[in-house]
Write a protein that binds this ligand. Sequence first.
Ligand SMILES: [Zn+2]
Length: 377
Amino acid sequence: MTEVLELAKRLMAAESVTPATGSVFDRMEAMLAPLGFEVTRFTRGDGADGTPEAPVENLFAIRKGPEGSKHFAFAGHLDVVPPGGGWASDAFEPEVRGEFLYGRGAVDMKGSIACMVDAVAHVPADAGTISFIITGDEEGPALHGTRALIDFMREAGHQPDLCLVGEPTSVNRLGDMMKIGRRGSVNIWLEVEGTQGHVAYPHLADNPIPKLVAMLAELDALVLDEGNDWFQPSNLEITDLEVGNMAHNVIPEKAEARISIRFNDTHSGASLSEKVGAIAEKHGGVAKPIISGEPFLTPPGEFSDIIARAVKAETGIDPEPSTTGGTSDARFLRAVCPVIEFGLVNATMHKRDEAVAIEDLSTLSRIYARIAKDALT
Ligand SMILES: [Zn+2]
């Protein structure tokens, strides 16, 4: 059994449905400390600020290189989504069957965190500074996770030069894709208020439904942009429509809808909120946006070249630089330094019987070691 497989199993055996604390972090700390890392752990979201939320644990670990050396950071999350039912083996009792290791977190992303740990064991301490930015709140609301870690790093004066997020970005085989950017995301709640009344006496009422329908038609017809070199066109989807009127003879007093926009770097969450707000107002309604992430882009260049070289050396393939998919914590880390995501094959993430090819763990560990060494020179 290889060392990296053992590390992955140890992390996966600690149940850590989001938000995660405790045992899985104990295990992570126990892996990093013997490698010369100074580990800091802290908990946020414990309700101390009056918000009744579950506590979230975060871990920052650093192994300092010689004075003036570069600083390379690995980032990721130890929380996982709930397993759901119907697994062939227990989701939190990692099991090897054939060529695969099964268990929740195999690819998203305890497997790749195990690869990071195994990789740094093969990078000499005098090569430069290496850090781990690890949260227990990525799959949840992400309010007290990576953002809190970034605050901590700022206060402590830790400034990485480059950061790799180990999300599962590969599609068909390990190495075929890296994410050099991600789209932003904003959800907007729309509401039109009218005046309730009898359908037979419409002059005494004010029906909000036609106004909301006209508003949604205008929003649905919007062409936000045509996309650009690195991003697909921004997209607006109507995700909910609700009146909740149980009576056939009543004009309702309120109609509500919700839209979700995934947008590229030609917009910001604020600019889109303003645009939608103006359209809502025109139709007599209001719009309440919640921005869940701004887009980010690390244009192809030095960092993507480092990753491409390492992938090519270990797998023989050229990773495609992509910006597709959902949001990740890279949306926060972009504020710290250039960030790119690269990790395992994502075919089984968030699914039942999540699994990683054992061979991929060894290969990814070697790729990560190459990336770290190259980034530090
Ligand atoms: Zn993930």
